[in-house]
Design a protein around this ligand. Sequence first.
Ligand code: 13P
Length: 341
Amino acid sequence: MDLAELNKVAMAMTTPGKGILAADESSGTIKKRFDAIGVESTEENRRDYREFLFRTAKAMHDRISGVILFDETIRQKAANGTPLVKLIEEAGSIPGIKVDKGAKPLAFAPGETVTEGLDGLRDRLIEYRGLGAKFCKWRAVIHIGPGIPSYDCINSNAQALARYAALCQEQDLVPIVEPEVLMDGDHPITRCEEVTEFVLKMVFQELYYARVKLEGMVLKPNMIVPGMDCATQASDHEIAEKTIRVLKECVPSAVPGIAFLSGGQSDVEATARLDAMHRVGGFPWHLTFSYGRALQHAPQVAWSGKPENVPAAQAAFAHRAEMNGLATLGKWTPEIEKQAA
Ligand code: 13P
């Protein structure tokens, strides 16, 4: 393991002013997104869509530090034959790859899942490195509900994350460690706070047992938010303060960077809350975004599968990338959001 190199990549992935584009939707998830805009999910349409995102040159260069790809995409070529990985590199961004095989029902734990994909992972990592990946992602999913999450669920997912992260570092790939506490449900913000704190404590304990070097990883957590159906919603400032408090409680300062998932927040909410955290300040890590939906919803709607809409869709993507880039510097405002749109 070359820890200096891993640290360099982790720092670059979370460099202030930039963040990560999560474009690693599995075949099932991208179909759902395409269904919503009336586009058939063919291999060509998926390629065309991702190709125009990666060709949004200025936004990619200025605001996107890295791109998380799905297995299909890391092997795909642009319409002119250039590998998509090459397009990302030429834009000055770093290619990465989702390596988990999805969240599957956990035995004897109704309503809970454990993320699979450890068997054969070392060999897959070696192949992905050969295809140009410099970092990986593994997402664990924790549901909040009556009587859940269980200890078994948190423990199983934390162990899997740690085994994955150790394998990545062994192969000189930076692991993005993503334990996502979902915002589905009507629980108050305090429940998300206590569950996330417990989950992060367990994850960092397992990372230590697995001998993962914190200097060579990136954490991808949820923000501390109320359940989507909770009657009492929270201000951006409260979310920022609670999120920073929990992270300070759980994440050692040896971790170079933290990149949030958007997890079902609206585009502008995800931006405003990241910005609010930087206005609160006083934390030791780079704090940025690794958004899927919050970066892609607007360009998907603008595109709607029509080639003539590509420039408008690229503009929509560039706008979200710019707004989130400003948020990583605490320089986003609702006024800038409106002016630039
Ligand atoms: P969202 O930002 O849409 O939550 O996706 C990020 C991600 O990579 C989830 O694994």
